[in-house]
Write a protein that binds this ligand. Structure first.
Ligand code: FES
Length: 235
């Protein structure tokens, strides 16, 4: 099929503001949007700039706005978006070039929630910290995050408030807050209770709709809110 890609372009060395450019490209219905972008870059305009690496929905590097919704270009099939599509960088981040956004603020927010296991105690049997199936299930959903920023870049609260850590950071806080092996739950709940923490979430659900891994992001945020309330009311 012939597809028309309307792509937002921005070259900081030449442009004062972004503009749109349309490319016609021959694709199969079963091609991904990323295949179409690759064809444009390889055969029409080598200056078109976007991130991609694994091309299989694992690395999270090619999140972008496709027909107005954040998604991974390597997971969206052409037959599902039709032959006229608009491709833009995610909202809420500075644009570096074309579809590439500045992810540094996103990763700073991620780092701020201590996204790693904290436990200074030696493992009980000297070898490993065992966990029941039920305890492991408690945070299973939030282990699936690939840090693509689709959720954070679709959140109006994040667009409006640059102090808000955003849904992806909260998902990664959740992953350790509810890990029975971790010993920094209170510290993380304190971070989540700060001005830029969970209370900025207005339960809009854009994040849940945008997540390419199917994580119930809004639910995870709600559980962290409950965790804060519980820890503040339980002696
Ligand atoms: S290129 Fe790795 S997730 Fe799409």
């Amino acid at each position: 099929m012939n597809a028309s890609f309307r792509i937002q372009r921005f070259d900081p060395e030449q442009d004062k503001k972004p503009h749109y450019q349309t490319f016609e490209v021959e694709v199969d219905e079963t091609d991904r949007v990323l295949d179409g972008l690759n064809k444009i870059k390889w055969y029409q305009d080598g200056s078109l700039t976007y991130r991609r690496s694994c091309a299989h929905g694992i690395c999270g590097s090619d999140a972008m706005r496709i027909n107005g919704a954040n998604a991974l270009a390597c997971k969206v099939l052409m037959k599902d978006v039709g032959n006229k599509l608009t491709v833009e960088p995610m909202l809420g981040f500075g644009i570096i070039k074309d579809l590439v956004v500045d992810m540094e603020p996103f990763f700073n927010d991620y780092r701020s929630v201590l996204p790693f296991l904290i436990n200074e105690e030696p493992p009980p049997d000297g070898r490993e910290r065992r966990q029941s199936i039920e305890d492991r299930e408690r945070y299973d959903d939030t282990t699936k995050c690939i840090l693509c920023a689709s959720c954070t870049g679709s959140c109006p609260s994040y667009w409006a408030n640059d102090r808000y850590v955003g849904p992806a950071a909260i998902v990664n806080a959740h992953r350790f807050i509810f890990d029975s092996r971790d010993r920094a739950t209170e510290e993380r709940l304190d971070i989540m209770n700060e001005k830029g923490g969970v209370w900025r979430c207005r339960t809009i659900f854009n994040c849940t709709l945008a997540c390419p891994r199917g994580i119930e992001v809004t639910r995870a945020i709600g559980e962290v809110k409950e965790g804060i309330l519980h820890s503040r009311t339980t002696p």
